[in-house]
Design a protein around this ligand. Structure first.
Ligand code: NAD
Ligand code: GLY
Length: 364
């Protein structure tokens, strides 16, 4: 078992990565402050993984309340959040109850926000079951829901007490979802880990083929990168980029997700096309070469990801990007590539260059 630590003083917590971890309820039980947990999952993940987990917890003397949500990004909203609060209240969950998220990033973000807000905050554990959630969303404490006007616009920082990444769960993941996770993995290479990017270029086919050694290494490297960034800038307030750099491609990607309607493109797919747009803009600013843009797109393509955005119209992209959280005092703060392996935040990109980069990377 690999153990990494997210170092946040008295809120530090371990990320455990291994095959078979779902059976290790002892790792959960030792974190509980009372013998009551509420497990939030969805109607795809629950039939696969919930019963054995609940049974083992009950065998260990823990009361288990199960909360099963409808599956999908389009349900990451205030109505679904209300269902979680209703279930917590009906089961008389109190401040000692630990809320466990069992699922991908949608379940994790929803359950985490419920944990942050129910009775002003209750303990929280992440059991991520998608590649994307194991390498990104379960780590770092960003929680929240979407609003019709913008992705992840309502939320809170709420750190889990434990992240339990059972790599066996990747075996049941649809191929498209696997590739979506690879987008966030490739992101770490592009923004801060050139050596990892070279490893990815040599191993991407093994990852697509779900080679377990390759996947474990990629998850560990990704979580190491994410843990370091979060420890350095938990609340994304650094003026030097810090945590904001994790959003490479996300401002463009959020425009795709919001513009098409949530769930049409997967988050990782939108981020992939968005990272190519960010690379294209970085090239137009004279920072990286045309070959670097091609290198970025080629790797993403080999990972089974789209490298061109949908034809929303460039002005629609611009409008959607204006709703992003990276807009501060009206200025659009983009994450761009100074070099391959080094990202920066940048507010000075002229609108014409941004629109030209989008147009160059869109289908129509
Ligand atoms: P997801 O949660 O929608 O899961 C993808 C699909 O896979 C769903 O249909 C889900 O039910 C299914 N699934 C989950 N585990 C499975 C398994 N083991 N086997 C078979 N099917 C399984 O999507 P995601 O890609 O995990 O997460 C995307 C979400 O995460 C977005 O809402 C995004 O905004 C958010 N996100 C948050 C952060 C953060 O820091 N909080 C970071 C990145 C992304
Ligand atoms: N996924 C971006 C972040 O956690 O900050």
């Amino acid at each position: 078992m690999r153990q990494l630590i997210v170092s946040l003083a008295d809120r530090s917590y371990p990320i455990l990565i291994a095959s078979g971890l779902l059976a290790r309820v002892d790792l959960i039980v030792e974190k509980l402050s009372s013998r009551h947990v509420a497990i939030v999952s969805n109607d795809t993940v629950a039939p696969l993984y919930l019963k054995p987990l609940s049974d083992k917890l009950r065998d260990a003397g823990v009361k288990v309340t199960e909360i099963i949500l409808a599956d999908g990004e389009k349900y990451k909203n205030s109505a679904t959040l209300g269902q979680i609060y209703d279930a917590l209240l009906e089961a008389r969950c109190d401040r000692g109850t630990t809320l466990i998220a069992l699922g991908g990033g949608v379940v994790g973000d929803l359950a985490g926000y419920a944990a942050a807000t129910y009775q002003r905050g209750i303990p929280f554990i992440q059991i991520p079951t998608t590649l994307l959630s194991q390498v990104d969303s379960s780590v770092g404490g960003k929680t929240g829901i979407n609003h019709p006007l913008g992705k992840n616009m309502i939320g809170a920082f709420w750190q889990p007490q434990l992240v339990l990444a059972d790599t066996d769960t990747i075996s049941t993941l649809p191929g498209r979802e696997l590739s979506a996770g690879l987008a966030e993995i490739i992101k770490y290479g592009l923004i801060r880990d050139a050596e990892f990017l070279i490893w990815l270029e040599s191993n991407v086919e093994q990852l697509v083929a779900r080679d377990s050694a390759a996947l474990s290494y990629a998850i560990e490297c990704s979580c190491t990168n994410k843990a370091e960034v979060v420890a350095g800038d938990e609340r994304e307030t650094s003026k030097e980029g810090g945590r904001a750099l994790l959003n490479l491609g996300h401002t463009f990607g959020h425009a795709i997700e919001t513009g098409l309607g949530y769930g049409v493109w997967l988050h990782g797919e939108a981020v992939a096309a968005g990272m190519v747009m960010a690379a294209e803009l970085s090239c137009r600013l004279g920072w990286i070469s045309r070959d670097d843009v091609s290198r970025t797109a080629h790797l993403l393509k080999r990972a089974g990801l789209p490298v061109r955005g949908p034809a929303l119209g460039v002005e629609r992209y611009w409008e959607m990007m204006g709703h992003d959280k990276k807009v501060i005092a009206g200025a659009l703060r983009l994450v761009l590539l100074k070099h391959i392996g080094e990202a920066v935040t940048w507010e000075g990109a002229p609108k014409e260059d941004v629109l030209a980069a989008i147009a160059a990377c869109c289908d129509g």
